[in-house]
Design a protein around this ligand. Structure first.
Ligand SMILES: [Fe+2]
Ligand SMILES: [Fe+2]
Length: 159
């Protein structure tokens, strides 16, 4: 079924997301923004969990998982704002992919997959909101270094 095939590809996109966020964490660490780096590490771990949700679901459906190649992620940004704008753009892309799988699942009347995908639809609303909030805050502070350090501290407190 096409839904399951697309979910197999989505494992790759989720692991790819994890890899992108890990690269962002490395960059933020190199800029001494340790709170933001910690936030990104947590994000990278979450993306791996997303991949594993699809991985385990495909196993339950008796569908063999085939892992695909992951692209080299970007590793340089001009500012933390540019980095978080990239993260937001990426989450929007992921949301579109989840919607496309959902559309296929609906066409195929694959109700178990629709149930799983519903969780991801809701999760993506939160993912976009989180990234968007950080982008807006970084835009607000502009060049203010003190405020940047405050945001860094705040993001470091993420559970
Ligand atoms: Fe994800
Ligand atoms: Fe995400």
């Amino acid at each position: 079924m096409n839904t399951l095939k697309k979910m197999n590809e989505q494992i790759n996109h989720e692991l790819g997301s994890s890899y992108i966020y890990l690269s962002m964490a490395a960059y933020l660490t190199s800029k001494n923004l340790k709170g933001m780096a910690a936030w990104m590490h947590k994000q990278a771990n979450e993306e791996r969990e997303h991949a594993m949700k699809f991985f385990e679901y495909l196993n339950e459906r008796g569908q063999a998982v085939e892992l695909l190649a992951i692209e080299k992620p970007k590793n340089e940004w001009k500012t933390p704002l540019e980095l978080f704008e990239d993260a937001l753009k990426h989450e929007k892309k992921i949301s579109a992919l989840i919607s496309a799988i959902m559309e296929t699942a609906i066409i195929e009347k694959d109700y178990p997959s629709i149930a799983i995908l519903q969780w991801f639809v809701t999760e993506q609303v939160e993912e976009e909101a989180n990234a968007s909030e950080i982008v807006e805050k970084l835009k607000m502070i502009g060049e203010h270094k003190g405020a940047l350090l405050m945001i860094d501290k705040e993001l470091g407190a993420r559970q």
